[in-house]
Structures are given as C-alpha cells and as structure tokens.
Write a protein that binds this ligand. Structure first.
Ligand SMILES: CC(C)[C@H](C(=O)O)[C@@H](O)C(=O)O
Ligand code: SF4
Length: 469
C-alpha cells in the first residue's frame, strides 16, 4: 500500500508533468486567471517571441484593480495610467483569443470572486494568477498559487509552471464559533498566532469542525489570507458544501461529466495518518471579534483589548518595528480598541466582498445611520454580487443608512484607483492588508470582519459586535 498522502500531495502529484532529480517539477496548470496589473509584459513577451496562448479556453481575463467604482465609469477611465492598463488587457485578450470581462460586463469583478462564481474554479485543479491572493481558490480544494509576471508568460505559453514541492502544514480549528465571530476573525487569529512568516515554505490545509461549518464564502475568506501568513497556498478539502456551491455554475461540468468529476473530487481528502510538518490547533469557541492595530496583519488584538505597548517586547528589532507601526497608526499604548474613532469604513475586497458578507452588513445596519464623522462605502466584489444584493434589497438598506453603494472592483483595498484614504485618515476595512500606504499615502487601516466594520460605521468607533442591538 502506498504511504498516506495529504490533500496537497495528491493534487500536486496528479499534476506533475516532469520531475527532476533535484525535486524541481513541471506542473500542469488547469486554470489561469489574468488581470490587468501583472499581464501586460507577459502578453508582450508572447508577441515578441511569436507565441500563442497555449490554451485560451483555460484562461480568463478580467479588469479589477484599476477600474473606477463610480457609476460614471461607463464613460471611460479618467486616470491615464489606469486607462492604459485596462485598455491593454482588452486588446491582449482580443489579440490572443482569451475570454475577457470588461468593466461593463455583469460578470466583471475581482478576479478571485469571479473565478468561483463562474465555476471556472473547481476542486482538484491547479489554478494560478499573477496575484498573491490566488490562495482564495484553495477554498474549493484546489491548489491555487499566486505567480509573478514572467511565470504568467510561461503559463500563457505552455499551460505549465515550474514548482518545487512545499511542506505540509495543518491548521485545525475545533469547536463552534460564538455568535458574531466569523471566518475573518478565525484567519486574523491564525495569523496573529503564527505571524506573517509562520507559513513560509508551507501549503496550509485548514480543517476541523469550525472550518467544515463555514459556507464557501467563509472558506474563501480564510484561504484568501493564507498568503498574509506567509504560506504558498491554503486548502480546504471539498465536501457537500463545496459541491452544492459549484453545481450548475456556468462553467462547471454538467451531466455525466459532473458525476465523473464528483467521483474524483470525493477522493481529494488528506489520508488518515498523512504526515504534516507542522500542526496548529485553535479552539473556535474561545475566539473574539478581532481588530488589527498595526501595519502588519499579525498585529491583532481582541475588540475587548487595548493597543499593546511595544516597550513590553524584548526583541529589539521587533520592538522598534512595532513602535514604528504604532507611530504610523497614530495610536497610544493602552488605548481601548473600542475607544478608537474612525473616519472611513471600507466594506469589500476579495476577502469580504461576497454576498454573504453584504448580508451580514445589512443585518447590522438596517434601520440605523452611519455616524456623522464617518464616510462609509460598500463595494460589491462583482457585478453578480451587486445584482444579487440589489435583488434582495440590500442596496436600499445601505443607502438608507448613509453608505455609498459602488460598482465592483478592488476599490480601496489598495490605492490603485480613485478610492483612497487621505493622509492620517483612519479606516475600518474588511480587506486583507494594513501595510503602510496600502489604502492611500499615510492612510491608517484596521482590518476587521464585515459585521465589525458595519457596526463601527454606525457607532463611529469600534464596538464589540457581540453586544450589538
Ligand atoms: C496588484 C497585485 C499584483 C497585488 C497582489 O499580488 O496581491 C494586489 O492584488 C494586492 O492585493 O496587493
Ligand atoms: S481586492 Fe485587494 S487583495 Fe484582492 S486582488 Fe484586489 S487588490 Fe488584491
């Protein structure tokens, strides 16, 4: 009998085209997602060498980072740099015969939201994109890597990628999440625990009762931020929740092909006794809603906590860097998290811009009003999310409460379009990165769950969502 294997081992092995003696492998790539930021040079490379896209039907292109989220966008993008990138992708997709969702297509949205929506993302697949948050697709039990632009060119030309096998890490989250605590809080807690380098060299498999109980949306939130924990990818084995989500998606297999696929997908579980190089165990029942206080996703604390004091850190480098983070954030040690006042609230991104996130927000803000000193925006992750939210009347709830309701895109997750913080503005954000300048020059980002961001918008400061009425 062969040795027990992990889910990662199985997907990896099933895609090896060639294995060299030194462990370097050539992997077959099933799906390639392309956005406007990391693809222009890759297509140019193909053009210069007279190559075609090897499998246009396994490639899907969309604009997301640079698009405006204003309804005015149908009249064209004003910012020259953004317009050039968007137009370049439109032309490249046309020239190379790749399917492309423009900003006027209802299927357009953030690349990691549209893949699953279209059934382009499926269990057991290898999926790549020139984007670090490609780890999101691991929620389907797919091996999904972010790649660099030269690798984008390699995949476009050959439908393969050179990879070395990573180590296996298991993150098991046992127990039941308390009311008000979400997938976002789980992943922020994990990163707080392992640190942003904790996953370096690993592919993480998330398992345990709390993970199994999550919807696909919640699982995507978890896998999305694997990269923030340093891991190459994050995975959750596919189960009935996954199959129910995938079934009948436009590009999912149909009829006999569905039955055959399902048979294969059900084998994609880590075997009993499979070896993990590192194991982390968390108890969901003990998790509070979490807020980040610094400029790294590992700088997290319970909403009931206080801003920590860097003076308490013994390691000098770490002390200096955390002091710098506090200075950047304009915070004083000892301040209660619930006393931190906000200027802006951003709800959206590939971490939390899906329908379930918007439903959670609507539940918190219905019948209430955004604080007079807060400017709050909600950006659906895709045109289809927007359409669904409007069909459910969520937009009416948001607008009545004083939120801005926008067109889909990456928006203020990163300052690459018109949506950005002004210097020193403080923002509660449902996105995944709180780096210096991430949401705008000198902007201050606090990472939270959608429900926590929603409550903060109404109260004007952080509040414990578990006390919300
Ligand atoms: C622009 C892109 C390359 C980048 C990434 O790789 O993640 C962006 O999506 C981000 O979230 O910082
Ligand atoms: S929403 Fe943010 S994290 Fe996601 S792809 Fe866009 S910029 Fe990157």
């Amino acid at each position: 009998m062969s040795a027990p294997r992990t889910l990662y081992d199985k997907i990896f092995d099933d895609h090896v085209v060639d294995r060299q003696d030194d462990g370097t492998c050539l992997l077959y790539i099933d799906r390639h997602l392309v956005h406007e930021v990391t693809s222009p040079q890759a297509f140019e490379g193909l053009r210069l060498s007279g190559r075609k896209v090897r499998h246009p039907e396994k490639t899907l292109a969309v604009v997301d980072h640079n698009v405006s989220t204003s309804p005015e966008r149908k009249f064209g993008i004003k910012n020259e740099e953004s317009r050039i990138q968007v137009e370049a992708l439109a032309k490249n997709a046309r020239d190379f015969g790749v399917e492309y969702y423009s900003e006027n297509d209802i299927r357009q949205g953030i690349v990691h939201i549209i893949g699953p929506e279209q059934g382009f993302t499926l269990p057991g697949m290898t999926i790549v994109c020139g984007d670090s948050h490609t780890s999101t697709h691991g929620a389907f039990g797919a091996l999904a890597h972010g790649i660099g632009t030269s690798e984008v060119e390699h995949v476009l030309a050959t439908q393969t990628l050179i990879q070395r096998k990573a180590k296996n890490m298991l993150v098991r989250v046992d127990g039941v999440l308390p009311e008000g605590v979400t997938a976002k809080d789980i992943i922020l807690a994990i990163i707080g625990e392992i640190g942003t380098a904790g996953g370096t060299g690993y592919v993480i498999e998330y398992a345990g009762e709390a993970i199994r109980s999550l919807s696909m949306e919640g699982r995507m939130t978890i896998c999305n931020m694997s990269i923030e924990g340093g891991a190459r990818a994050g995975l959750i084995a596919a189960d009935e929740t996954t199959f129910a989500y995938v079934k009948d998606k436009p590009r999912a297999p149909k009829g006999a092909a569905w039955d055959a696929a399902l048979g294969y997908w059900k084998t994609l579980q880590s075997d009993e006794g499979a070896h993990f190089d590192k194991v982390i165990v968390l108890d969901a029942a003990k998790l509070p809603p979490i807020v980040s206080w610094g400029s790294s996703p590992e700088d997290v604390v319970s909403v009931q906590g206080i801003v920590p004091n860097p003076a308490d850190i013994t390691d000098e480098n770490k002390r200096t860097s955390k002091q710098r983070a506090l200075d950047y954030m304009g915070l004083t040690p000892g301040t209660k998290i619930t006393d931190i006042a906000l200027d802006r609230v951003f709800i959206g991104s590939c971490t939390n811009g899906r329908i379930e996130d918007l439903r959670a927000v609507a539940k918190v803000v219905e019948g209430k009003t955004v604080s007079a000193h807060v400017d709050a925006m909600i950006v659906p992750g895709s045109g289809l999310v927007k359409e669904q939210a409007e069909a459910e009347g969520l937009d009416k709830i948001f607008l009545a409460a004083g939120f801005d309701w926008r067109e889909p895109g990456c928006s203020m997750c990163l300052a690459m379009n018109d949506d950005r913080l002004k210097p020193h503005e403080r923002c509660a954000s449902t996105s995944n990165r709180n780096f210096e300048g991430r949401q705008g020059f000198k902007g201050r980002t606090h990472l939270v769950s959608p429900a926590m961001a929603a409550a903060a918008a109404i109260a004007g400061h952080f509040v414990d969502i578990r006390d919300w009425k």
